[in-house]
Write a protein that binds this ligand. Structure first.
Ligand SMILES: CC(C)(COP(=O)(O)OP(=O)(O)OC[C@H]1O[C@@H](n2cnc3c(N)ncnc32)[C@H](O)[C@@H]1OP(=O)(O)O)[C@@H](O)C(=O)NCCC(=O)NCCS
Length: 179
């Protein structure tokens, strides 16, 4: 694959060794950004699409750190906004790996808004984003397994796997019914 111009001065990526498991702590990432006027909708709240884009970008960091590969977004799970974020708030996107399959990775995302004047934190939404790692031919390629370091992490991985299996099954049934 030819390097695009923005990669010219960057060292070549070294794909992660798929025989060496990684922990969620190794790749967890938080992105924070002050919300400005250009992030606003007509009511002065932060536009939902701004948050969705931040979530996709922030969660991708986790998947790239895990695989050290280019990744593409395969699925974004439910996106229910519980509370608004306002212009002048700092939006924090906390992301950590929930589950890793053979080529796919599910990143759990928690979005918080911080009112800078008071320090008050509000939960805005949570979601899960699934990425697939790609090889040089843009085909899905294996990634390292996810290693649990505590019983809680083990449970989180099992729950994410059970949910993923149900969603894939449901998608198959809906495809068959409504095609
Ligand atoms: C990502 C892509 C290359 C995968 O192709 P594919 O034919 O689905 O590949 P596979 O069937 O081998 O599936 C790859 C992985 O995705 C998983 N997957 C497939 N469909 C899925 C779904 N609906 N939800 C979650 N995971 C899914 C598979 O289980 C597999 O994971 P595993 O290897 O961990 O078991 C292809 O779908 C693609 O290019 N999609 C567009 C991506 C993109 O452009 N995103 C940005 C949107 S603008």
């Amino acid at each position: 694959m030819q390097s695009p111009f923005w990669n010219v001065n960057r060292p070549a990526a070294v794909p992660a060794d798929i025989n060496v498991p990684k922990t969620a702590a190794e790749t967890a990432s938080t992105t924070s950004r002050l919300m400005e006027v250009l992030d606003s909708n007509n009511h002065g709240n932060v536009h939902g699409g701004v948050i969705m884009r931040m979530v996709d970008e922030s969660a991708a960091i986790v998947a790239i750190k895990h695989s050290r590969r280019p990744v593409v977004t395969k699925r974004i799970d439910q996106f229910t906004f519980i509370a608004p974020a306002y212009i002048g708030d700092v939006v924090h996107i906390h992301c950590q790996m929930n589950y890793v399959g053979r080529t796919s990775m599910e990143v759990g995302v928690e979005v918080m808004a911080e009112s800078l004047g008071t320090g008050e934190l509000r939960r805005i939404c949570s979601s899960q984003v699934v990425y697939v790692a790609l090889d040089e031919n843009r085909q899905p390629t294996p990634v390292p397994p996810l290693q649990a370091t505590t019983p809680e992490e083990h449970n989180r991985i099992q729950r994410a796997k059970a949910k993923r299996d149900r969603i894939l099954q449901l998608e198959k049934e809906l495809d068959a019914e409504f095609k």
